[in-house]
Design a protein. Structure first.
Length: 273
């Protein structure tokens, strides 16, 4: 019992140290980016109104934060992202499993999905405006339609490409039905599923910001739109940096950690640290 507690404590400590290292790496990258940006600014390659200095952008960031628009924009945008991504995962996973179960349906939907997966997300915005209107449901529609096919195809491909010997061996040992799916098929398909989820998150994030620029009256995309209308490059660059940092943190802290934890739990890691 004591040994198990010690292992758990060590694992938590290791995860905490890894998270700190990841955040430190992101901070170091941003510092290097800021230094290069300052050099370009001092070189005078672009006019100050087109490329403001890092200090000027930092002041714009402070102004947006102090007046509350940045915090509100982040909260609203992340809420929309969570809702849209959850809907995409639920629909994409369900349809993907149906594609595996019904082969003819799977063949038809796979060709259809590949075509729509390559469709630019911003092209759905005019369609959404006319169909649904200038509201959150229109934004959610653009997000879901842009990311659901990635989840669908990763579920379909991940389960179909499981080595048949895994399934036959499990059935010979008495596994069947949900037990077979839960303990054999799902772990074997996990690497492909995680890749699909990360890709779907990326598509949803891109679609969300683009839709907010044209549809929303609040959110990070709306701040970009207002900055463009006011010709305020400081607001635009400050918001772009926030969008970049959110994307990097979510991918590195959430999806990468989730992938590592699942692979470790199900014995899918190829080597130990």
């Amino acid at each position: 019992m004591m040994q198990q507690q010690q292992k758990t404590t060590e694992a938590r400590r290791k995860n905490g140290n890894t998270t700190i290292n990841d955040l430190a790496s992101i901070a170091l990258f941003l510092a290097a980016f800021g230094a290069a940006w300052q050099v370009v600014y001092l070189a005078g390659l672009f006019p100050a109104y087109s490329l403001p200095s890092p200090i000027s952008v930092a002041k714009s960031f402070a102004d947006l934060a102090s007046e509350g628009s940045l915090g509100t924009g982040i909260a609203v945008t992340m809420g929309r992202l969570a809702a849209g991504f959850a809907i995409s995962v639920a629909i994409g996973g369900t349809v993907g499993l149906a594609m595996v179960r019904f082969k003819d349906f799977g063949k038809t939907m796979s060709s259809f999905s590949v075509g729509l997966q390559s469709f630019p997300s911003i092209a759905w915005v005019p369609f959404s405006i006319l169909l649904i209107g200038y509201n959150d449901f229109g934004i959610l529609f653009v997000m879901v339609i842009s990311s659901v096919f990635s989840v669908m195809m990763s579920t379909y491909s991940g389960i179909r490409n499981i080595p048949p010997i895994y399934v036959r061996a499990a059935r010979n040992m008495g596994a069947d039905g949900f037990v077979l799916f839960r303990h054999v098929m799902l772990p074997a398909a996990t690497p492909t599923l995680i890749i699909g989820l990360r890709q779907a998150w990326s598509f949803a994030w891109h679609a969300l910001v683009g839709a907010e620029i044209l549809i929303s009256l609040v959110g990070l995309g709306h701040i970009l739109s207002v900055g463009r209308e006011l010709n305020n490059m400081g607001w635009i660059m400050a918001t772009m940096i926030v969008i970049f940092v959110i994307g990097m943190v979510v991918d590195r802290i959430v999806f990468f950690k989730l992938e590592e934890r699942i692979r470790s739990r199900w014995g899918l890691n190829q080597h130990a640290d």
